[in-house]
Design a protein around this ligand. Sequence first.
Ligand code: DUC
Ligand code: ZN
Ligand code: ZN
Length: 472
Amino acid sequence: MRAGCDLAIRGGTLVTASDQFRADLGIRDGKIVEIAAEIADAREEIDATGLMVLPGGIDAHVHLAQPTSDGTVMADDFLTGTRSAAAGGNTTVLPFALQVKGSSLRECLTAYHEKAEGACYTDVSFHLIVSDPTPQVLGQELPALVRDGYSSFKVFMTYDDLVLNDAELLDVFDVARRERALVMVHAEGHDAIKHMTRRLEEEGKTAPYYHAVAHHQIAEREATHRAISHAQLIDVPVMIVHVSGRDPMEQIQWAKKRGMKVFAETCPQYIVLTRDDLKGLNMDFEGAKYVCSPPPRDTDSQDAIWEGLRDGTFDVFSSDHCPFYFEGANETGKDNPRARTSFKWVPNGIPGVETRLPILFSEGVRKGRISIERFVALTSTNPAKLYGLYPQKGALVIGADADITLWDPERKAVITQASLNHGADYTPFEGMEIEGWPVRTILRGQTIAADGEVLEQGRAGRYLSRATSSAW
Ligand code: DUC
Ligand code: ZN
Ligand code: ZN
């Protein structure tokens, strides 16, 4: 006799990256085992009438408990960061294990695993950040790590402590080609940013707003094209992350039109913030709350990003959750004495793992800019495919992990710091009115968050070893 389900989700509308339909969904032993018009027997059930049943959100770009060059402490560790992710409808997050220059990648990775062990509400898997591509790293560590399931890594074209020069980028791309890994590129031109920063400082333009001038869209466009050209030369797929505006996006369209395997990610800050937010109330320090790299641009770029989200220029929509305190104890926040002397000392990054899905749903689906299927593709199915987790994750199919977000498309909410679970002491999206909200997050069949409350017994997140990216 066929075993019954542990849990049946009844009466909802299932939504995938390509389809939506009314069905019940049955779960046994943490897996989806049945999708049918009606499921007969189940030990427990959830009434999902009026709700959408989505594959759990996968946030493929978050920073948690990451070491910084100046000792600034991040506002989220794995405990608070994944708690916030779960409340926001996510079942998997992919943070970065950063190689500190002079250290081995393996060493940094081991330390990072120790931080995550037993602390996660969602499943997690790590991208690597390669900051020191020594012959040992390129020849031995990186190939071995890709084979161990770390199938993606990020490289930076800016930041003193992270930047790789063109020769180093090409070397890393070579390894990615040999090992069939996916390289994520932070594309901003280092020298252009440094030049602009020096000039602005000489002119006394040191307020947070000038971060957006120094990190000019032209510097992002140039670096994006350079990364694409290097990838073309080596014949390797690349993912351009956190694309902020029209100019870099056009470079991606240029490459895609030519059939290159160039993939792209954008984030909430590029559709709902602009560089004017960095002005604060009156060019004051409040603007530091919005300092991130690349910075938000203008309304023309917002329009372009929406076009790109609709037409497939963008493959992935992530938060780039990189949380710092605004105040923070002992000068650990954005508002610290050195940052008051120049924007270049303001920690770059904003929190957003909990608000990513509501913002895209509300601004995108509710306002008719993207379909609900596209929403699922951008926030769950595509990241699962591109980062080697599909179909275990990102899919409502028999045999997949029962990672599910129940979504109320009608629920109205206002984003406020008080209502969020992250560790930061502010949200850059304060006061945003939202329509549509995740009302229950289910990880491998177990409810981990419901109505904004994260369940302590839901701290069941596991580490995921990943397969080769679909980019190959
Ligand atoms: N790059 C990121 O990916 N996140 C935050 C800051 C940065 O420069
Ligand atoms: Zn980056
Ligand atoms: Zn980031």
